[in-house]
Design a binder for this molecule. Sequence first.
Ligand code: NAX
Length: 328
Amino acid sequence: MKNPIVVSVTGAAGQIGYSLLPRIASGEIFGRDQPVSLRLIEIEPGMKALAGVVMELNDCAFPLLESIEATSDLDHGFDGANWALLVGSVPRKAGMERKDLLGINGKIFVGQGQAIERSAAEDIRVLVVGNPCNTNCLIAMNNARGIPSERWHAMTRLDENRAKSALAEKAGCHNRDVTRMAIWGNHSSTLYPDFENALINGEPVEKSIPDRAWLEGDFIKNVQQRGAAIIAARGLSSAASAAHAALETVMSLRKTTPSDDWHSVAVASDGSYGVEKGLICSFPIRSNGTTSEIVQGVELSEFGKAKFQQSVNELLEEKAMVSDLLPK
Ligand code: NAX
């Protein structure tokens, strides 16, 4: 038997946690021969519900689940972690401005970044899901400068999957026929789903969908606002699809990306495509299993560049709003 991989999950008693944890414990993410130790982190008011989640995980009798720790202590929760999935955050409430939300969640990610740096394993890799995920990730990374910046990620895979599904539906093809679907920018209503570089059955999207007005209009708008549509229909935000996207993000980062494809993740910019160095921005990414890189040389049209810039500008604004949480 291999040594267990240690996976810490914050917000573990929440909706996404409930969908995600059984899939981690079953071996779906880290491999069917890889034991897993879970470290589940909640705030005090969530600990009772978390106890119920732990009971259910135990009741699944997963052969690969080595141990479960449930805690509200960050150093205990991130102790020895090889992967940290930062899902927990405070939702936006009525009357709350974006700046207020950034401030409240930002403080949480200061403490989590510091605890990860103190307590996690040397090879720690982090995926931030809790919103606003790009800027939360920026804050955590800047409060853990001992950890290389390429280990920090924020999730835009759900947006990629939403875009793929929308294109496949319109083209009358299967989701698997859509490749190279990159999300550029922020995980927010400014994100840019790049239909100009995506392919359907290896050909430009416009060959299957010769409807530029739809691609520039409803397609982009629907991907940007899909989260709100789900809240309107379900009365709750996306959870199963978000958990699935988190699972796929980690799996994609842990394997070699096929040479004719890429996947979307927000990573610390290295200055590519003119994006300020260190900003956590979504790009097309290729991985080799341990490290990943921003795909170079993807051509954006004037239309695509303008959309991407709008989203980058929003990221810069968010960064300015939390500047007091970023150590100089
Ligand atoms: P829930 O409200 O169901 O669960 C959140 C959990 O986090 C709660 O149990 C809460 O007690 C816990 N929590 C709050 N502050 C915490 C802290 N400081 N430490 C540990 N736990 C803490 O939300 P859920 O539906 O699970 O969504 C979680 C986050 O994912 C939200 O911020 C949501 O906006 C974000 N999402 C991000 C997506 C993405 O694509 N990046 C898509 C789905 C989702 O909207």
